[in-house]
Design a protein around this ligand. Structure first.
Ligand code: NAD
Length: 362
């Protein structure tokens, strides 16, 4: 039996995780496997109950699980706390604690939502991109990192950008292996015309590519990639990049699909993977039953695929989401004229029913 730890977190987190559980239970029953659940505290709720955003017991539960499904953390209630005590510190802590160095963010356009993109429908038609972002190195973690007063007045602040061949190889492997299961194309994104760390990145990725002769590799400067994402996103399959470039490009790629409430993510690298929607805790709509649960549900599908090795069950969930959208159901954030507006729980029911119905009827 696979054990999944749930970290619902704050704001809309508990509402959307409830729907993801509903859908995963449905697909497990159809596919004939069992799931065991454990819920633990992380983020603001953990601060309120235990005084810290990531209690030891939560991390221990995650270590003992087969996969972790997170809602979202944070909210105005905790905004004035110092850095290490904020809910978001729990996110960095859990990534580090589980050794998650790879962040996978698919940006796939659902046929029914083509009109929701800010780009023309013909530009985004059929896009299916996977951004593989290095998550524990680069500019966000490099040392030294400090701020100091200058003798002549004013301040100086320093961040450090560094990458080792080891860090580059292990993230590049994730990208090549993901591409194998997709359209077999990797675009490695760097700034090798300027940055020394990017030159090492490019050399290392090119070297590793020899081990994957079936994969087509190309390199692109990050500024060009930003441009190409809005000009011709259909050219991309897997985008492989550094922590900071990936942070920015994955948000840009995400918006091609039209809605934050639709975007799942996976963080991999250690024994246990962490899956979460890209969006935050949306305190502005928490408790109203209007949140879109599809990003959380699709994160659950990624958990099935990457942590439980259940690709067929994952595909069933994705098809059920596609189906609910195709027959016109929408939560408020993605509603269009003529669509059938539903609340969070109903959207979860519709996806679960599509799975159960589809399974029963063939
Ligand atoms: P947000 O993603 O929570 O919300 C941005 C906007 O999108 C809001 O208008 C919100 O209502 C809407 N939205 C987000 N998810 C939605 C969904 N599933 N359905 C419908 N609408 C949705 O970002 P924010 O407002 O910048 O941040 C709110 C809090 O979330 C902050 O405390 C922030 O630190 C935290 N945050 C957490 C994570 C995480 O847990 N991984 C990520 C980003 C932000």
């Amino acid at each position: 039996m696979a054990k999944i730890v749930l970290l619902p977190g704050d704001g809309i987190g508990p509402e959307i995780i409830r729907e993801a559980v509903k859908v995963l239970e449905a697909v497990a029953s159809i596919e004939g496997f069992d799931l065991e659940w454990e819920t633990a505290d992380m983020g603001g709720i953990a601060i309120d109950k235990h005084g810290i955003p990531l209690p030891e017991a939560t991390l221990a539960a995650c270590h003992a699980a087969d996969g972790v499904l997170l809602g979202a953390v944070g909210g105005p209630k905790w905004d004035d706390l110092p850095g290490q005590k904020r809910p978001e510190a729990g996110l960095l802590g859990i990534r580090k604690g589980l050794g998650l160095f790879a962040n996978l963010r698919p940006a796939k356009i659902f046929g029914a939502l083509q009109e929701a993109s800010s780009l023309k429908a013909e530009v985004v038609a059929g896009i299916d991109i996977l951004v593989v972002r290095e998550l524990t190195g680069g500019l966000y973690f490099g040392k030294p990192r400090f701020r100091e007063e200058l003798p002549g007045g004013g301040m100086r602040a320093v961040d450090t950008l560094e990458y080792s061949t080891y860090e580059i190889e292990r993230i590049a492997k994730v990208a090549f292996e993901a591409a194998r299961e997709r359209r077999r194309k990797v675009t490695s994104v760097d700034k090798a015309n300027i940055l020394e760390s990017s030159r090492l990145w490019r050399e290392t990725v090119s070297q590793l590519a020899w081990e994957y002769p079936e994969i087509e590799l190309n390199h692109m400067f990050v500024d060009n990639c930003a441009m190409q994402l809005v000009r011709n996103p259909g050219q991309f399959d897997v985008i492989l990049t550094t922590n900071m470039f990936g942070d920015i490009l994955s948000d840009a790629a995400a918006m091609l699909t039209g809605s934050l409430g639709m975007l799942p993510s996976a963080s991999l690298g250690g024994r246990v993977g962490l899956y979460e929607p890209v969006h935050g805790s949306a305190p502005d709509i928490a408790g109203q039953g209007v949140a879109n649960p599809l990003a959380a549900i699709l994160s659950g599908a990624m958990l099935l695929r990457y942590s439980l090795g259940r690709g067929r069950a994952a595909a069933l969930v994705e098809a059920a989401v596609e189906n609910a959208l195709a027959i016109g159901y929408r939560t408020r954030d993605i509603v269009q004229s003529g669509a059938k507006l539903v609340d969070t729980a109903t959207m979860g029911d519709l996806v679960a029913e599509a799975i159960l119905g589809g399974g029963k009827h063939g």
